[in-house]
Structures are given as C-alpha cells and as structure tokens.
Ligand binder design. Structure first.
Ligand code: PBG
Length: 323
C-alpha cells in the first residue's frame, strides 16, 4: 500500500475526498440594536454582527468563494411566542433584505427557522399550560416565520426545532404564499447535544428553569431513529437534509448518505469549533491541520455540504479567493 503514499503528488492524485470552498456554508449571527460587532466569549473569532458588518462579511465570503450562509438573529426583545421570528421588521428579515441588496444571487441565504432565539423561555416552540412544548401550535409559528423569511429574500429556510411535521408545515406555508421557489434545508437528524453550549451564548438563550431540549431533539444513543427522521423529512419535501452535530455523528452521516439521494449537509457546531480553538490555543494541536482533518472526515462520511464556523478561514487557506 505504501507505493502510492510516497510523494505529495501521488497522495494528492489518489485522494478520495477533497474539500473546496464550494462545500462550505458559514453560520452568521446578527444582533438587533448594536452599533459595533460584539465578540462572543465562548466562540473566539466569531461575532454577533450589526447589519452593516454582516453585509461586509457576506461580501468577503462571496470573494472567498463560499456559496452560502445560515443566518441566526438575536432580537432586542424576546416574548413567549417569539414574535421577532415572523415580524417583517424582525432582525433576520431586515438582515436578509440588506444581504440580498448587497450580494444579489452570489450567496445562498438560509435563515435558521426556529423560535428559541426569540422566546423569553428559550424553547424552540410555544409552551402549553403544563410548560411543555406544544408541537402543533409551534408549527403554525414556523409557518408564519417561513413566509416572513421568504418574503425577505431567503433562498432556503432551515427549520431546526425538531417538531414533528415541521417540513410539511413549512412547505405548505411557502407554497400557499406563492413562494414555491424557496427550498427547505431541514435539520433532519439533530441530537440533543452538549456541544451547542457556545451557540447559546451567541444568541443569548437560556432555557427557563434549567430545562433542556431532550423532549424534541434526538437522544445521542439512537442511530436508526436518525434515518426515520431523515426519511420523514424527505417525504415531507426537504430539499437538503442535515445531520448535527457533525463529528459525533459520522455514522449517521454515512447512513443518511446511503439512504437518500438529496444533498446531505452536516453541521460542525459551536462546541466543535470551541474545542478545536481552545486546544489549539493551548498549543496542544495544530489548528489548521485539525480543522482540515475534521472537515475531510465529515466529507468522507458522506456530507456534501458542511456548515462550519471555520468556513472563511478554510476558504482562505485553500486559496480559492476569486478575482
Ligand atoms: C436552534 C439551533 C441551535 C443550533 C442551531 N440551531 C441550538 C439548539 O438546538 O439548542 C446550534 C448550533 C451550534 O451549536 O453551532 N435554533
């Protein structure tokens, strides 16, 4: 076997997996009511953008050849029903219009479609009288948010709340609003992971009463269940299915790739970014090498698209800057 490993050129020639900027999507945060970008303590190097700094970053990503962004909003005020998620003047809708004006069709705009950033209790849906997340009442809110995002310029909407029937509800809402061209990137297999910790700082979310999302996100113990989730979402009209987190779910990514023909995405989440950044900061690992190794492994497992906070850095590294 070593004959083909002898030189760098030989190794490049026989490599089965390649990473290009084209495979990457950058998650971005935009916060209402700030004048300067705000650093996020647990995600060194990632910021909460103003609308203006978001536009600058979007143009930089276009220049680097990164084709898409997933957008998260941090509203100035939160309430029980997450009003900001569907308000035409809510922060994500404002940001989408600004981005579309600035970059045209050069960047695929994919707002995260959920309520947790907008609710005062921090759950991904509406609460019933017992304080539990009410599945079907939540679907109505997702439908309203999807229409608001589509009207503001989304190419795809990305429902991430793990409610049953969310893809069907969003598809019906978009079609009903005459926005059948808007697609759905479905967070299809999403585990209740401790690796989302830094993200919750990024969007100022604390779940009321020290609660968790185990009542709607998947138990990391379950592998077959992920396929059931994915097949339901494809049946309901998902255009792209996503697995999340990435590095702890490579078996699931491989299963999903083998089972469906739609594009498969994987999300290298905030905790994955924070772990690599922290270990590299200690001098324990080589940041660049580990970033490329993890992205290669995620692609090797079968992901066509990788959402990663390293997107711009990797695109720069790969020297894919255009014109
Ligand atoms: C829900 C959502 C979360 C993430 C993406 N969409 C948080 C959660 O499920 O608690 C996490 C992303 C990350 O950790 O980078 N709106």
């Amino acid at each position: 076997m070593r004959r083909l490993r002898r030189t760098d050129a030989l190794r490049r020639m026989v490599a089965e997996t390649r990473i290009s900027a084209d495979d990457l999507v950058a998650p971005l945060f935009v916060r209402e009511g700030i004048d300067e970008p705000a650093p996020i303590g647990s995600l060194p190097g990632v910021v909460q953008h103003t609308v203006a700094s978001l536009v600058v970053e979007a143009k930089r990503l276009v220049h680097l050849g990164v084709p898409g962004v997933v957008l998260f909003g941090v509203p100035a005020a939160k309430d029980a029903v997450g009003s900001g998620a569907s308000d035409p003047d809510g922060i994500v809708q404002v940001a989408l219009r600004a981005l579309r004006d600035a970059v045209g069709d050069d960047l695929v705009l994919m707002p995260d479609l959920c309520l947790d950033e907008y609710t005062d209790h921090g759950h991904c849906g509406l609460l019933d009288r017992r304080g539990e997340v009410d599945n079907d009442a939540t679907l109505e809110r997702y439908a309203e948010a999807a229409i608001a995002q589509a009207e503001a310029g989304a190419d795809l909407v990305a429902p991430s709340g793990m409610m049953d029937g969310q893809v069907a509800a969003v598809r019906a809402a978009l079609d009903g609003a005459g926005r059948s061209e808007v697609g759905i990137l479905a967070y299809a297999a999403k585990y209740a992971s401790a690796l989302y910790g830094p993200f919750r700082d990024a969007v100022d979310v604390r779940i009321a009463g020290g609660g968790d999302r185990c009542g709607y996100q998947q138990d990391p113990a379950n592998r077959r269940e992920a396929l059931a989730e994915v097949l339901l979402d494809v049946g309901e009209g998902a255009d792209i299915v996503m697995v999340k987190p990435a590095i702890t779910s490579l078996d699931v990514v491989a299963d999903v790739r083998a089972a469906v023909d739609v594009p498969v995405a994987a999300y290298q989440v905030s905790g994955e970014y924070a772990m690599i950044t922290a270990a590299a900061g200690l001098g324990a690992i080589d940041r660049e090498a580990v970033v490329l190794e993890t992205l290669t492994a995620i692609r090797r497992a079968g992901a066509d698209i990788v959402l990663t906070y390293f997107a711009a850095e990797v695109a720069e590294l790969l020297g894919s800057a255009r014109g």
